[in-house]
Design a protein around this ligand. Sequence first.
Ligand SMILES: Cc1ncc(C[n+]2csc(CCOP(=O)(O)OP(=O)(O)O)c2C)c(N)n1
Ligand SMILES: [Mg+2]
Length: 635
Amino acid sequence: MTDVKKIPAAVAMLKVIESYGVKDVFGYPGGSINSTLAALDQEKDNINYVQIRHEQVGALAAAAHAKLTGKIGVAFGSAGPGAVNLLNGLYDAKEDHAPVLAIVGQVGHDNMNYNYFQEFPETPMFSDVSVYDRIVMTPESLPHVVDRAIHEAYQNKGVAVVVIPNDFGFDEIPDVPYSSASKTYDKPAPEPVASDDEVSEALKMIKNAKRPVLHVGRGIKGNGDKLIELSKKLQIPIIMDGLALGYVDASYEGNLGTANRAASKAADEILSTADLVIAIGGDFPFAKSVYASHPFAYIQVDNSRIQLGRHHEVDLPIWSDSGSFIDKALAQSEQVAPSPFFKAAVADEANWKEYINKMLNVGSDEQDKSNGNFMDEFKDFGKHLKDTITNANSTMPVAPIYKQINRVADKDAVFSIDVGDNIINSFRYLDIQPTNKWVISALFATMGSGLPGAIAAKRAYPDRQVFNIAGDGALSMVIQDLVTLTKYQLPVINVVTSNEDLSFIKGEQDDLPMQIFGLQLQGQSFELIAKGMGVDATTVRNVSELPAAFDKAVKVTKAGHPFLIDAKINQDRGLPVEDLVVKIENGQVVETVSPNYLKDKNDNKTYTLPDFFAEYGGEGLLPLKDFFDKYDVQL
Ligand SMILES: Cc1ncc(C[n+]2csc(CCOP(=O)(O)OP(=O)(O)O)c2C)c(N)n1
Ligand SMILES: [Mg+2]
């Protein structure tokens, strides 16, 4: 018998990972993960080690990679603190059902269970976050366990954790083929299909409804055009969950955008008056709020059985993929006559879009007030500290920044959007088309996800333009990884909306029985920080300076280098559509501003809806009733 060639077990592990098409592994070294690093060195022609500066960034990048590409993301960290730091990103993957493999270091097997330095039982720590969580027991089983882990992460849409006693990774094992699921894991499973009877029952309910609404989530991916066809044919307005953004053409007049807080006024208003909601393929994390206004009938279509009935009592649950449900609904229905409710919804949304357009263009006619290069001004650090580093009462509104992003964004740009007001603002102002890709920490909603998402995006799509759009609080949480953009020359356009505030939380505190507390952030110059890390940058304080800053960002990034724009913006709250309360009483629409919002207004004047809109520059916005009256909507 010929001798079988032997290779280190960690190299065998990497060969398994490579067989699934993985190109990048995000991680950070430590004593207990050295055997994996040695293997990454040995395999460097076949797989890339991407060194991030904090394990949470690696895990968030792996999660973002999985969300953007649909393919497994891989992150690693060492035992103890490295493992703990991974958790934030792994929870993000768990919550957004992203397949991620986490390779976690452990002390050598002969030191385990002796309370050795940095040793502690890791599997219990990862048990909640994972769909698969194993410690490797022999060097020979390492490739097998990793193969299973990847397969489980894909099948169960979550995090698989493999803890490796460090010495096992160095041990030589026979270089033999091992059973691998890499050839079969991505074969599509048959999709459930709605029956003809279920579809005709749904169509009957729609026919009997006066105010039906389509509420769609990310399950609509790939079927946005069909949905629009159905919306036109049956005269039903579309409301989206945030994750459906980009999947349904935003310029279609019957697409009202998203509901809840990061929302369009029309979406919230119209949903509050629906007598039938047809929900398709969504997780709807805010169902408890957005469905609370009043009773309505509910049809739910989902390709995952476990989702059915999760958000609302279901009158008609349909276990089906969205495309085949819509195909059948189109085939089995007739064109419906123009409906007053649909017309009113379209007009309401058009009115909102006019407002959005107005906000995007605020200050466009401003003269350029820039006074030279910021770095030139920065000669006397102490003297200029207040004026040049902080936003020093900046009055620049946020919306014109999005106008610039929309202006310079390539058709297939990738947007990584961090948590904070930028979620609300990007849902309202960012032009996300089906040709774009975008990523957020949706359900876990962790601050600091923007930069890791941009790193992952640029690694996965080197030829596409990538934006990281982050608040000052959010970027600060992962700011050390700006240097990762330099290290790997990842030409990301970073846009920081610096308001020296945790504005998203301020909006919440504003509506609570409390003073605003604990939210003010110390100002800092992101331009200087970025430059200190090798990322070219500029500071912008006026709308008139924005076009030049964005032109420069495009120029620098097209030349292959990262860029950062520190946009010093004001602290204004965006129009809080969530404070509008719409009810139907005695056959009339009654729309008011929530008492939580009004509590601070202790003047005795009556406060009307136009007063509310005007506070946010929305003088042209009209109450829902105007549209219902105009089109004679029956209630
Ligand atoms: C890790 C983490 N900590 C706290 C929060 C709660 N939180 C959500 S948004 C937000 C404020 C974000 O501030 P910033 O990034 O400055 O954006 P802004 O809202 O000011 O535009 C906070 C504190 C969170 N989501 N994630
Ligand atoms: Mg902020």
